[in-house]
Design a protein around this ligand. Structure first.
Ligand SMILES: [Zn+2]
Length: 82
């Protein structure tokens, strides 16, 4: 089976093979409103001040990074051996 790049999503699908969500697109506009930018800025400000920990929110987005590096390392090892 071909391994696709998975884009983790918060919708019931969980992930998509493409960087956009067909389900969330129907529920909310794709663009980010100024209010959402302000909210994100406030959250980041709170994190910088040590009042909030956003690590649990960030972790699901980057779970694939160590695996991608591992796959890349295995691939390079195979290329060198062959
Ligand atoms: Zn989705």
């Amino acid at each position: 089976m071909t391994q696709f790049t998975r884009y983790v999503c918060t919708c019931p699908m969980g992930w998509h093979p493409y960087p956009y969500c067909p389900y969330r697109q129907q529920l909310e506009p794709q663009h980010i409103t100024p209010g959402q930018w302000r909210a994100a800025g406030i959250l980041l400000q709170l994190e910088r001040e040590g009042k909030l920990d956003l690590t649990p929110l960030r972790r699901p987005m980057f779970w694939w990074v160590p695996r991608a590096l591992l796959v890349l390392a295995v691939f390079i090892a195979l290329v060198i051996l062959i």
